[in-house]
Design a protein around this ligand. Structure first.
Ligand SMILES: CC(C)(COP(=O)(O)OP(=O)(O)OC[C@H]1O[C@@H](n2cnc3c(N)ncnc32)[C@H](O)[C@@H]1OP(=O)(O)O)[C@@H](O)C(=O)NCCC(=O)NCCS
Length: 211
């Protein structure tokens, strides 16, 4: 049954690109490497990351997880980056990814975590701001969403600081290990730029104009 709507992005819009490194305020997003496995294992050994991402991870599983990202890029179903320090890009600080990618709708959902030792330095807001800028200006997505449990205020601050406006609460949307959680929905549109309905950000971390 043919759609009457022209897709927001044509098939191939992601796969034709080489996955880039993306620079942000003090951080760099780079494609995962096979030897990042121990950092991924360390992430999923952290109680807060386990709580909110609901996974455990062995080293073999971490390597398999890393191996999925090039396939997901080619099949245009997702895109994942390791987040590293821009000035000292040796160690992994965290992860950020586009998941639930739907090119026809121009839509993706973001997921992120930061390793305990790197928290409190606004790594996540900087990575999210940089990924949003790339998603709107290079990939040309229309809308990027993120959802966090209403019991996770730190993630709410990350979203606000990166210009993702709160849009409401999805009741009992996500099943966690302790049961159903209400999820707070945030989104940023390509058209928001810096003039959209976004929360104020600190000097130097203001969302970058997208058009
Ligand atoms: C949430 C997370 C990604 C934040 O990463 P980060 O780079 O350390 O972010 P920061 O704490 O430096 O900055 C985020 C903001 O959250 C605030 N914050 C941190 N912990 C908080 C808490 N428990 N309650 C309320 N606000 C909190 C910080 O003060 C900061 O706000 P500000 O910019 O207004 O000062 C990180 O804590 C994490 O990985 N947590 C576990 C996994 C997770 O929650 N992932 C997201 C699932 S949706």
């Amino acid at each position: 049954m043919p759609s009457l709507v022209t897709p927001a992005l044509a098939p191939g819009s992601l796969a034709r690109l080489t996955q880039p490194e993306i620079d942000g305020h003090g951080v760099r997003l780079r494609p995962w490497r096979r030897d990042d496995g121990p950092a991924v294992v360390a992430g999923y050994a952290d109680p807060a990351i386990r709580r909110w991402h609901c996974r455990s991870m062995t080293l073999d599983e971490a390597r398999s997880w890393i191996d999925t990202w090039p396939r997901r890029w080619r099949s245009e179903t997702g895109a994942g980056w390791a987040v590293v320090d821009a000035d000292n890009p040796g160690g992994v600080l965290g992860q950020i990814s586009l998941r639930r990618l739907d090119l026809a709708e121009g839509l993706a959902e973001v997921s992120y975590w930061v390793l305990p030792a790197a928290r409190g330095r606004r790594v996540a807001p900087s990575a999210l701001t940089a990924l949003a800028r790339w998603s709107f200006t290079v990939l040309r997505l229309h809308r990027v969403e993120l959802a966090h449990s209403t019991a996770n205020p730190a993630s709410c601050r990350v979203a606000e600081r990166a210009g993702f406006a709160a849009e409401g609460t999805k009741r009992a949307e996500a099943l966690h290990t302790d049961g159903w959680h209400d999820m707070h929905l945030h989104a940023r549109l390509a058209s928001d730029g810096t003039g959209g309905p976004v929360a104020p950000a600190a000097e130097g971390e203001r969302p970058v104009p997208t058009r």
